[in-house]
Design a protein around this ligand. Sequence first.
Ligand code: 13P
Length: 287
Amino acid sequence: MLLHGTEALKQAAAAGHALPGFVAYNLETVQGITAAAESAGRPVLIQAGAGPFKHAGREALMRLALDAAEDSAARLGVHLDHSRDLDEITACLEAGYTSVMVDGSHLPFAENVVLTKEAVRRARDHGAWVEAELGALPGDEDVSTDAVTKTATMTDPHQAAEFVAATGVDALAVAVGNVHGFTKDPVRLDLDRLAAIHAAVPVPLVLHGASGLPVEELHGALARGVAKVNVNAELRRAYLEAVHAILPAALPGSDVVSVWAAGRDAVRDAALEVIGRLIHRAEGGAV
Ligand code: 13P
């Protein structure tokens, strides 16, 4: 069923857990994420967004994700990840997306405020909630690369407070040392900065770039206001490793279905593993 509203996000924040946002590119990744949510019995966001639209086509992927969420017994939000384009945001809202991320992190502060405010206005008309980003992460959203493609700007706690008040966003993605994709060296988060942002803003925080993040860093983030965690590269890697493993057996019979099924099941298992990592009661409490 479609998961509407911010209640699940707020419940995750109150429990010291996080809602996973998993990036989906195609039928098998949508199916794998949906199966993980069903098996775990926990709310999940399918992030069928701007990057994957380039592969699958916007209409096709929007319908795929929305149909899967509507038909499932699990609570599944359908979320537009990383959009800079108000027309794209409107198209997803009109199709029935339950939330959108407007990404003005590349813009000067004042322009990010204007873009985000407009996205919030449009989302309200459709009963959807909005995530925005302040500060910028290094790394690429669709490919892990050692050659970092974007320079990082850490989120400033005072600016974050001003930004949330000025825009009315429901959730704020922050840059506190997190990186999109796998990295050569383990990532260390600036947890003091994160705590200061958490103290300064009244909305749940979002951590992008969680693939490969050491679990103590992740749990440190959950203890400091992060209530939504985005994961992509771990699912991509699981899919590719499963496909790689099964190819020798599949090739002689051109058995393409077994390859897709292996990728789908690997995404499900990787997503389930992440869901478990995000159920964490911070510092001494019970899970
Ligand atoms: P990773 O690829 O590092 O998991 O990041 C995913 C993400 O932040 C999508 O918005």
